[in-house]
Design a protein around this ligand. Structure first.
Ligand code: NAD
Length: 268
């Protein structure tokens, strides 16, 4: 018996990267998973690959744009009806765009808010309604980012969406706790995925250099956080923001010749 045997799990933005890793882990742990992605071919291929690895038809592709609230809600409703309920949702779909504040445009602003914020907000709402209707306790997880709590250059739009997601987790935790639903945010730091390697082929080495643990984050680090927050052991954790960044965001700049520092160690 897997840890999530028979559970119904819906994950957005899961054709690759972190979402794919979480889908795979839930399927290996016995869950039935709806794998959503904007890219339909990617979603189908990802579901097929996981099912082959698991050796059972545990994952079904549910392609669609989370920014289209009506269509995305219909996908969640269809999956919940087909499965007789919904236990866990990870609102993970998110897009990034590096853009200096002075060059930002309303089109880019609206698209990032549509996917990262509206998509996350209404994925959580559709999931909560299904959980409440079925009268079963549920887990809602929201993917934030470490740049939602520390500023990063040229990331103002993306960062504000991810900061809002951390607040959203607290607000929903308060409103949904009485229904037996917990809501938590997961906040990854630099995490090695196919996408980030396309943006920077030296991503793994570059981020290891500036991370306290001396290593970049891997998808399995975020997967472990998601599985823990969805587990029975985490039932009393509600409205929490679980940071998975190897301590990257802990540092403060130190003056080179600070007279009272006992050593000059560079804390990464
Ligand atoms: N990788 C990192 O370093 C990192 C760090 C912090 C936070 N995050 C967050 O984690 C999440 C996953 O990141 P990743 O690196 O795995 O990303 P990724 O780009 O590898 O995967 C995201 C997937 O979401 C899909 N997607 C994009 N727009 C969508 C939409 N409108 N509807 C449905 N699916 C859509 C994409 O097609 C893609 O397959 C994102 O929310 C991201 O902001 C990532």
């Amino acid at each position: 018996m897997g840890q999530f045997e028979g559970k119904s799990v819906f994950i957005t933005g899961a054709g690759q990267g972190i979402g794919y890793g979480v889908c795979r882990a839930f399927a290996l742990a016995g869950a039935y998973v709806a794998l959503n992605d904007y890219d339909a071919a990617l979603a189908e291929n990802a579901a097929t690959a996981i099912n082959q690895e698991v050796g059972a038809p545990r994952v079904t592709a549910y392609p669609g744009d989370v920014g289209d609230v009506t269509a995305n809600t219909a996908l969640i409703d269809a999956f919940a009806q087909q499965r007789g309920g919904l236990d866990i949702v990870l609102a993970n779909a998110g897009i990034t765009r590096y853009m200096p504040f002075l060059e930002a445009t309303p089109d880019v602003f609206d698209r990032l808010l549509a996917v990262n914020l509206r998509g996350t907000y209404f994925t959580a709402q559709a999931a909560a309604k299904q959980m409440i209707t079925a009268g079963r306790p549920g887990r809602i997880l929201l993917t934030s980012s470490i740049v939602g709590q520390v500023a990063f250059p040229n990331f103002s739009i993306y960062s504000l969406t991810k900061a809002a997601i951390q607040m959203l987790a607290k607000s929903l935790a308060l409103e949904l706790g009485g229904y037996g639903i917990t809501v938590n945010a997961i906040t990854p730091g630099a995490t090695l995925t196919e996408r980030v390697v396309r943006e920077d082929p030296d991503y793994e080495r570059n981020w290891a250099e500036v991370t306290v643990t001396g290593r970049v984050g891997y998808v399995e680090d975020v997967v472990a956080a998601a599985l823990f927050l969805a587990s029975p052991e985490a039932r009393q954790i509600n409205g929490h923001n679980l940071v998975v960044d190897g301590g990257w965001s802990l540092r403060s700049p130190l003056p080179d010749d600070h007279p009272t520092l006992p050593d000059k160690q560079d804390y990464a």
